[in-house]
Ligand binder design. Structure first.
Ligand code: GDP
Length: 457
């Protein structure tokens, strides 16, 4: 268990109404007693738990630093599970820094990023998924993401994961007990129950996994790549969607060489728009870099907008682009609808299978329909039943591994092998789920997760 007492400024840097310096550890109370004076300038020995006290912070020479409100939260009923003291001072980076410096001179150590939450984790106040939810709360880009992180913080996902793990442990017990049966004498019914139990666990894990798309959309927003050959109006479309001049719009083919990134939001979900150089064949090395970036961006996108200039017949490059995104969620945007139609009947035929939007990026015509369709996609992704989402790649990966082990076990039982042979797979599945909530987290992992916090959290 940690023995040092740590401190940090818990509020964001810069000017603010109040600033909070937080301390956690065994010396918190003693340190508070040394620096706190009542409004009458007296020392104060006893602090009732979770009461607010008005007074002053004084330095070693009894010089007043600021008027403050302090709270003492004795462990284990505190955020970290240790004795915690919070000193609310007047805002301003300087005052909080001076108070912090005073505490450090008195032997308190500066907290590492995330160390408060790490201690909370080590003291069993939070599990790993809840700790990750704290990061999400701090970094949340949207209101829905905030609510979701709140849900995670309350431990709803942890409960689900632990329930599945419990169920697997039950199956494991059955499998272990089956060793006691003489060979060939495993009751049929045990085998069938095992299979049913495995199917149920697999179903539950799959359900959780199916929420990971939503989780990612909430966390990072929906990634939308805009592709198409030069001059069809990709940059104009990007500008029209985000509503400001950002991408360079020109008449020279191939000007947008970098991937340009912009955000707009739908239902509080950030939509990350990526305008690419298009997929043209080119000899120009700079442009070639752009093309390969475009390819990568396109493949990673949740949605691809294939922009086509409808005032001209389809070109080979339009068709290559369409073919390249065949496997992806995509909308075809027929741009420049203000100009006379240049697509041939055969071209229209080719596009018949696609979800088509006819727009004029230049005037904004038709964009509302496109925006609405993107919004639908987002909502479809996230408005699942009121269930917690798998929040990040680490959790998703562990779930996939657990699923793999469960499927292997299912295969073993279905092929009629002795039940005790599924023990290793079941144990592996249970371990992966345990790791999700941090039951078996390696110190390195916890370190890695907590280092993503900002100082003071
Ligand atoms: P990109 O190379 O695909 O990014 O295309 P740009 O956005 O740079 O546009 C190429 C040219 O098409 C510019 O001259 C735009 O003004 C023009 N353009 C873009 N959208 C429209 C539109 O809806 N109607 C018309 N008439 N011209 C457009």
């Amino acid at each position: 268990m940690e023995q040092t007492t740590i401190a940090a400024i818990a509020t964001a840097p810069g000017e603010s109404g109040i600033g909070i310096v937080r301390m956690s550890g065994p010396e918190s109370l003693a340190t508070l007693q040394r620096v706190f004076r009542t409004t009458r300038g007296r020392e104060k020995k006893s602090f009732a738990a979770r009461h607010l006290y008005l007074g002053y912070v004084v330095d070693e020479k009894e010089q007043m630093l600021d008027q403050v409100l302090v709270t003492y939260m004795p462990g284990p009923n505190s955020y970290t599970g240790e004795d915690v003291v919070e000193i609310n001072s007047h805002g301003g980076a300087l005052i909080t820094r001076e108070i912090l410096a005073l505490l450090l001179r008195l032997g308190v150590r500066l907290a590492e990023p995330g160390e408060f939450t790490q201690r909370a984790f080590l003291n069993g106040k939070l599990d790993l998924m809840q700790a990750e939810a704290v990061i999400d709360l701090i970094q949340a880009k949207s209101k829905t993401a905030l609510e979701q992180a709140g849900r995670l913080l309350r431990g709803e996902l942890s409960e689900r994961v632990l329930a599945i793990r419990e169920q697997i442990m039950g199956l494991l017990a059955t499998a272990a007990a089956s060793i006691d049966f003489p060979e060939h004498d495993i009751p049929e019914i045990t085998s069938r129950r095992m299979l049913e139990g495995l199917e149920e666990a697999i179903h539950q894990v799959e359900l959780l996994l199916s929420t990971s798309f939503a989780g990612r959309v909430l966390r990072e927003g929906l990634q939308v790549a805009i592709v198409g050959r030069p001059n069809v109006g990709k940059s104009s479309l990007l500008n029209a969607l985000v509503g400001k001049e950002r991408a360079i719009v020109t008449d020279i083919a191939g000007t947008t060489r970098d991937v340009i990134e912009e955000y707009f939001s739908v239902a509080g979900i950030p939509i990350r728009l990526l305008d690419t150089a298009g997929l043209r064949e080119t000899e120009d090395p700079v442009e070639r870099i752009g093309v390969s970036l475009a390819q990568q961006t396109m493949q990673e996108a949740d949605l691809v907008l294939v922009v086509i200039d409808q005032s001209r017949p389809l070109e080979r490059e339009d068709l290559t682009t369409l073919a390249a995104v065949k496997e992806q969620r995509r909308f075809v945007v027929l741009n420049k609808r203000d100009l006379p139609l240049g697509l041939s009947a055969a071209d229209e035929e080719r596009l018949a299978q696609e979800r088509v939007f006819r727009v004029a990026a230049i005037s904004g015509e038709g964009l509302d329909e496109l925006r609405a369709a993107i919004a639908d996609l987002v909502l479809q992704g996230i408005l699942q039943p009121d269930s917690p989402f798998v929040a990040n790649v680490r959790q998703e990966q562990l779930l996939r591994e657990a699923l793999g082990s469960l499927r292997a076990a299912e295969q073993t039982v279905a092929s009629g092998w002795p039940l005790d042979m599924v023990q290793i797979d079941l144990q592996a599945a249970a371990d992966r789920l345990g790791e999700m909530v941090g039951l078996k987290a390696s110190p390195g992992l916890a370190q890695e997760i907590f280092s993503r916090f900002c100082i003071g959290k």
